[in-house]
Design a binder for this molecule. Sequence first.
Ligand SMILES: C[S@@+](CC[C@H](N)C(=O)[O-])C[C@H]1O[C@@H](n2cnc3c(N)ncnc32)[C@H](O)[C@@H]1O
Length: 277
Amino acid sequence: MAEKRRPELGTVQETLLIPLYARAVETRRQRELLHDPRAVEMVEAIDYDFTRFDGAKSLIGANLRTLLLDTWVRRFLAEHPHGTVVEIGTGLNTRFERVDNGTVRWFDVDLPDVIALRRTFFDDTERRRMIAGSVTDPDWVTSVADSPGPYFVVAEAVLIYLEEAAVQDVFRMIGEKLPGSLLALETAAGAMIDAQDRHDVLSKVDARMHWRCDDPSTPERWDTGARLVETTTLNTLPHPVRDRLPWSYRVLLSTMGTLRRRQIEAYRFNLYRMEAR
Ligand SMILES: C[S@@+](CC[C@H](N)C(=O)[O-])C[C@H]1O[C@@H](n2cnc3c(N)ncnc32)[C@H](O)[C@@H]1O
C-alpha cells in the first residue's frame, strides 16, 4: 500500500480538508448527492484524522453548496461552452472533473502549499492550469485575463476567511481585469461569525472566518461594478439542486428551516455580475 501523504498546510489552508471529506463521505453513501471518486481516493491517500468531522451536519451543507455552485457553473458553460472558469481558493476541489464539457478553459488558484499538495494529485493540461498565489495578489487575474472570456469565478468557502478590506480588493481586481464576469461566493452574517467557535466542523480546526456580511448586496456599494444577480440559502435552493436531494435531506432542511431559521438565513450563496464600467 502506498505511503500516505502528510499535508503540510497553513491554518486557513487546512479547511480544504473539510469539503474534501464531505464529498468523500457523500460518495461512499448509497444514495449519494454527488459522485466524487477522486475525493475518496484523496482522503484515503492523505495522512490526517478526518474522523474529527464525522457526523457533522455541516458536511451535508458543504455538499449542497458544492452542488449549487456546480449548477451555476454548468448553466454558464451551457451558454458559453468556450468560456473560462476560475476556481479561487480551489483546495482539492474536483469541480472540473464534475462539469467539464470538453471545451472550457480552467484555472485553479490557491496558496503555494495547497497547490504543492494539489500537484501530487492533479496535472496541468492544455485547458486546465494551476496558479500558486494569494487571491489578494493581482498576478492570478492577469494570467486569467489572457484566456478568452467570458469568465466565471468561483470562490467556494474562501472569501469568508478574509478581512472585508481584502474581499473588497478581490472584487476590485476582478471588476477591473475581468469586466462582465460572474462571481459566485457565499456570505456569512455576523451571527454566524459570532457562533463559529461552536460550529460543528470549524470548532475542530484553528482557522476562523473574518468577513462579516449581513447583507449580500453590500458589495454593490463598494464601487467595483458588482451587481447581485442571485442569492439563496440552503432552504431556498433552486429547483435543479432541490430535485436531486434525497428525501432524508429534504426533511432535515425543512426541520432546520423551522427550528434554526436565523442560522440558515445567516449563510447565503450569491452570484454577482461584475458590470463593465
Ligand atoms: C474551506 S477551503 C475550500 C476549498 C475549496 N474551495 C472547496 O470547496 O473544496 C478554503 C480554501 O481557501 C484557500 N484560501 C484561503 N485564503 C486564501 C488566499 N488568500 N488565497 C488563495 N487561497 C486562499 C485555502 O487555502 C483553502 O484551500
